[in-house]
Design a protein around this ligand. Structure first.
Ligand SMILES: Nc1ncnc2c1ncn2[C@@H]1O[C@H](COP(=O)(O)OP(=O)(O)O)[C@@H](O)[C@H]1O
Ligand SMILES: [Mg+2]
Length: 326
């Protein structure tokens, strides 16, 4: 649905905000771009609706190369792409419903239809009862709901979100992310969101990319990344911390996803190989609708035993990383 192909963007001939970035977002998925401040996330998002022009490379949205558009064709393409912002960007002297009417006006909806359509959008985000409130009378979460309703007013296929929950508390963040997830599912919306928080990725994304100094370090469906040995995103999604020094023990980190999470793999290891395994840490979450997580095991005995255990677990389809040997 969104294909970013070898995009490079340099500012002032010096700062390489985006460096040969290629990202593919599938139709209907929620795709997260994670990275620290200055990584190039906002620049990337802005190239998708052509607020930012790349020095080289192309961006295609639903088969249309937005990087090649100008004038009216570009405006039309932008109407297919909604955007929500960290600080909501609502017009403060207009009510919630008027803010949305404003957006409907911009896409040329007739005056007679505006109010009803705006109220419909507010209903979609669960805020019809606050239609006549001014932004200043709404909570942060409610303001972002208005922001989302406004972004959806032109009935876009794509929603871009630049740190939409960064100004919200954790509870409100969860509610807004659940709303985005529901809208994506119900409306078939493709969502490209950027965030500096792994928790956001964990809660809402199907796929993600890690951006560092303008470069994509890795990307893919979360469940694939979780199964990828040495994946930084998987590590950040399921932090187990520093491995302890345990004389006489080897330490293994297991990563599992989907059906593997439900199989009694560790019990099998103990029973079939007769190894007294201890669990040092574990973290399990539902990501992309499936259970996934990491477990850290201590395996006593000779190095050969640790290798044997690692091989056995690998054969069960679990990702295995030997952290230390006895
Ligand atoms: N309009 C601009 N002019 C000059 N430098 C910019 C501009 N926009 C972004 N940059 C620079 O590009 C880099 C990436 O910025 P940005 O895309 O905002 O990162 P992020 O959103 O990940 O924090 C930073 O070094 C930033 O200073
Ligand atoms: Mg930014």
């Amino acid at each position: 649905m969104i294909t970013i192909d070898r995009v490079t963007r340099t500012f002032d001939g010096a700062v390489r905000a985006l460096d040969d970035v290629s990202i593919h977002v599938r139709r209907g998925e929620v795709f997260g771009v994670v990275g620290q401040s200055g990584a190039g996330k906002s620049t990337l998002l802005r190239t998708v609706n052509a607020l930012e022009r790349p020095d080289s490379g192309t961006v295609t949205v639903d088969g249309v190369e937005v990087t090649a558009l100008q004038g009216r064709r570009l405006l039309e393409a932008r109407h297919r792409i909604g955007m929500v912002f960290q600080h909501f960007n609502l017009v403060s002297n207009r009510t919630a419903v008027e803010n949305i009417e404003f957006a409907l006006e911009a896409v040329g909806r007739p005056r007679s239809a505006k109010r009803d359509e705006a109220l419909e959008m507010l209903d979609l985000v669960g805020l019809a009862h606050r239609a006549d409130a001014y932004p200043g009378e709404l909570s942060g979460g409610q303001r972002q709901r208005v922001g989302i309703a406004r972004a959806l007013a032109s009935k876009p296929d794509v929603l871009l979100s630049d740190e939409a929950t960064s100004a919200l508390d954790p509870d409100t963040t969860r509610q807004i992310l659940a709303l985005i997830r529901r809208l994506s599912r119900d409306l078939g919306l493709t969502v490209l969101l950027i965030t500096h928080e792994m928790d956001v990725v964990k809660q809402v994304c199907d796929s993600a990319a890690l951006l560092e100094q303008g470069r994509v370090v890795e990307q893919g469906p979360l469940l694939d990344l979780v199964r990828t040995k040495g994946s930084r995103l998987a590590h950040d999604l399921f932090p187990l911390g520093e491995a302890p020094e345990l004389p006489g023990y080897g330490v293994l980190d297991l990563t599992f996803a989907g059906g593997e999470a439900e199989r009694p793999t560790i019990a099998m290891l103990a029973r079939d190989l007769g190894i007294d395994v201890s669990i040092l840490g574990a973290t399990i979450e539902t990501i992309a609708g499936e259970q996934a997580g990491r477990t850290r095991l201590a395996i006593p005995g000779e190095p050969g035993v640790v290798e044997r255990a690692a091989r056995f677990l690998g054969e069960q389809g679990v990702g295995v990383e030997v952290v230390s040997r006895p």
